[in-house]
Design a protein around this ligand. Structure first.
Ligand SMILES: Cc1ncc(COP(=O)(O)O)c(C=O)c1O
Length: 337
């Protein structure tokens, strides 16, 4: 099998997860009758310290349901210029909700300049030139980087002081929790809604859960229906999500250790500069090495990496210690070290 480091979304369900899927009790989830979906929603809500959960097909749908539940047509949400739910989700909030994004620059550690943020929040309805800010959206982890909990508290205080709601794109909240050594509920604390993914690093083939209060999740459920996201005997896939949450979180520490080893092993190879390593992601700048040639060569030996604009490598469930050593050796060979 190829050593595929493009993303932690490439993992495949293993035999135990597939067994759990095959044995899942199911019902019609649009009627609320699927016991496995209900169990997954409860488990995720519980782990994240919230009242309720909503199982959806993807992180994109989860973030969109949250934005639609928080904001009305003509409202604005404040979000990172490079955040997933602004830049990489096809403009869904604007197209489908008439919600105006207010994107602001994020530092490489995933933080806003809080003074700049304060200056961009519009709360005065009488200032009729502007869309009124309703929501602040953060992302944790951001490019693998765990947000500093003190920064999160300050950003939350600022948002609350201005009357804004708070959403967290916690696609990889599990990585943040494992790295900080705290329960996921602690990372989710203070947010009205949190979107978490089961298919990034945890090995499930599909699915995300949006968690929050009963009221906001009820609202999000209506939007999921409108988006065509109501699924029927979805317990078959929800079972993979339960398996992922119960078995594959603690082991993320191994992925982080492998990313650390990868970064250490690459340091010192000529033309290869490790720009950042955080949780399970390693970003590398190439100097005097053609990224396309590197990808071609790696392709011949069964290694797949993203290479634009930087080489990104993400460790996950299907990457072993030996794979990491192979990648380090191949980098060194290619660079002629
Ligand atoms: C931070 C973040 N949020 C949301 C998503 C969207 O998830 P999906 O691909 O399941 O729509 C991704 C996808 O990689 C992501 O990295």
């Amino acid at each position: 099998m190829a050593i595929d480091l493009r993303s932690d979304t490439v993992t495949r369900p293993g035999p135990d997860m597939r067994r759990a899927m095959a044995g899942a009790e199911v019902g019609d989830d649009v009627y609320g009758d699927d016991p496995t979906v209900n169990a997954l929603e409860e488990l995720a809500a519980d782990m994240l310290g919230k009242e309720a959960g909503l199982y959806v097909s993807s992180g994109t749908q989860s973030n969109l349901c949250a934005l639609l539940a928080h904001c009305r047509r003509g409202d604005a949400y404040v979000v990172g210029q490079t955040a997933h739910n602004y830049r990489y989700e096809a403009g869904g909030a604007a197209v489908l909700g008439g919600i105006q994004p207010q994107p602001l620059d994020l530092a490489p550690d995933g933080t806003f300049d809080l003074d700049a943020l304060a200056g961009h929040i519009v709360t005065d309805h009488m200032m009729y030139h502007f869309a009124v800010s309703k929501l602040l959206s953060l992302e944790n982890t951001y490019n693998g980087v765990v947000l500093d909990p003190r920064y999160v508290s300050r950003a939350q205080e600022l948002a609350r002081s201005k009357g804004l709601s708070l959403h967290l794109d916690g696609a990889r909240i599990w990585h943040a929790a494992v790295e900080l050594g705290v329960p996921p509920a602690e990372v989710a604390e203070g947010f009205d809604t949190v979107s978490v993914c089961l298919s990034k690093g945890l090995g499930a083939p599909v699915g995300s859960v949006l968690v929050g209060s009963e009221a906001i999740i009820g609202e999000a459920r209506r939007w999921r229906k409108m988006l065509g996201g109501g699924m029927r005997q979805a317990g078959v896939i929800a079972a993979a999500g339960i398996y992922a949450l119960e078995h594959n979180i603690d082991r993320l520490a191994e992925d982080h250790a492998r990313a650390r080893r990868l970064a250490e092993g690459l340091a010192g190879i000529p033309g290869v500069t490790v720009v950042n390593r955080a949780t399970n992601m390693v970003f590398v700048r190439l100097d005097g090495i053609d990224p396309a040639a590197l990808q071609r060569r790696f392709g011949e030996v069964g290694i797949i990496v993203s290479a634009a604009p930087m080489v990104r490598m993400v460790t996950h469930l299907d990457i072993s210690d030996a794979d990491v050593e192979t990648v380090i050796d191949e980098f060194a060979r290619f660079a002629g070290a």
